[in-house]
Design a protein around this ligand. Structure first.
Ligand SMILES: Nc1ncnc2c1ncn2[C@@H]1O[C@H](COP(=O)(O)OP(=O)(O)O)[C@@H](O)[C@H]1O
Ligand SMILES: [Mg+2]
Length: 288
């Protein structure tokens, strides 16, 4: 997988939300650089508020970045007009969100839900029926075709949601914490389906998650901290190692969750313990 072809490439991606109510501007992505390879499952992990959903919404064609490049295949989707965005959403990308209500129409059966994206493209009934059957077979829920979401388990709902996301044969599937609502056993199973479909269909998948079991499976994992990818690896570091980011000026950026420990301190010392290990010495605050 090392000579893989680049499929998604973000360069200097910036998203600043205008929070009208509080009259502030919220920088969610700050010059993010990211590469995703064709046919791979990639994970985006990072603390809450680090920008995962913002990034995925941009890749899903739901949100326009403030600046930067977002190449998907050979098009820069950041430059899309509104009409091009709509077309991109319909044909080229599929999405699965954390909450089942966001993925499925509650009044429709599994089979009808899978057909919604195909109806929007105006595909003929025979095509819709045939493809729905294939997709239900792929997620092994052919026997649930005529069940409504209320008659399905949480895991089954996410499998049907994946089938909906795949209905128009997209090149890219974006999944935002798809196992977030599931118990660990069910989420383990769901991930097996993601892997199977990734192999069977060769579709590129990007998945935001907190799920440690998923991370431990060794997919290519990108760590997002404060709106930037700060490290890329397979599998993941233990709890006691928190990635930090050194910017082009040599400034060490501490994750938000730890920032209060370091605020306005000028007495912190950095020493080198060995070739790979550095120690930050933060003396106890003196009481005057
Ligand atoms: N619609 C919005 N308006 C204003 N700020 C937002 C909006 N959506 C997200 N944010 C802010 O952007 C930052 C990143 O959010 P998000 O992408 O949801 O992160 P994550 O999915 O990693 O939790 C957070 O500070 C969040 O409060
Ligand atoms: Mg999120």
């Amino acid at each position: 997988m090392n000579n893989a072809e680049t499929f998604v490439e973000c360069k200097d991606l910036i998203k600043i939300y205008a929070d009208e109510k509080n009259r502030v501007r919220v920088p969610a992505l700050r010059g993010l650089e990211m590469t995703i390879y064709k046919g791979e499952i990639s994970l985006v992990v990072g603390p809450s508020g680090s920008g995962k959903s913002t990034l995925l919404n941009i890749l899903a064609g739901n949100l326009k970045p403030s600046a930067g490049m977002v190449m998907v295949g050979d098009t820069d989707i950041a430059k899309f007009t509104r009409a091009e965005m709509v077309d991109y959403r319909r044909r080229r990308v599929g999405v699965v969100w954390q909450l089942p209500q966001m993925n499925l129409v509650w009044e429709l059966t599994a089979s009808q839900n899978i057909q919604v994206p195909m109806r929007i493209l105006g595909l003929p009934r025979e095509v819709r029926i045939a493809r729905t059957k294939e997709l239900l077979t792929e997620v092994e829920l052919l026997d649930r075709a005529h069940h409504k979401p209320t008659q399905l388990s949480g895991g089954e709902i996410q499998r049907i949601s994946l089938a909906v996301a795949l209905a128009n044969q997209p090149e890219l599937v974006v999944l935002d914490e798809p196992t977030g609502e599931l118990d660990s056993q069910t989420s383990e199973k769901i991930v097996n389906y993601f892997e199977k479909i990734n192999k069977d269909l060769g579709v590129t998948m990007i998945l935001a998650t907190h799920d440690r079991r998923l991370i431990a499976r060794g997919f290519r994992t990108m760590l997002l901290v404060d709106g930037r990818i700060t490290s890329v690896r397979r599998g993941f570091v233990s709890d006691d190692k928190i990635p930090v980011y050194v910017d082009a000026f040599g400034a060490l950026q501490i994750p938000v969750s730890l920032r209060k420990l370091f605020q306005s301190r000028e007495d912190i010392l950095l020493s080198r313990e060995s070739e790979e290990i550095f120690r930050l010495y933060v003396p106890k605050k003196k009481i005057d």
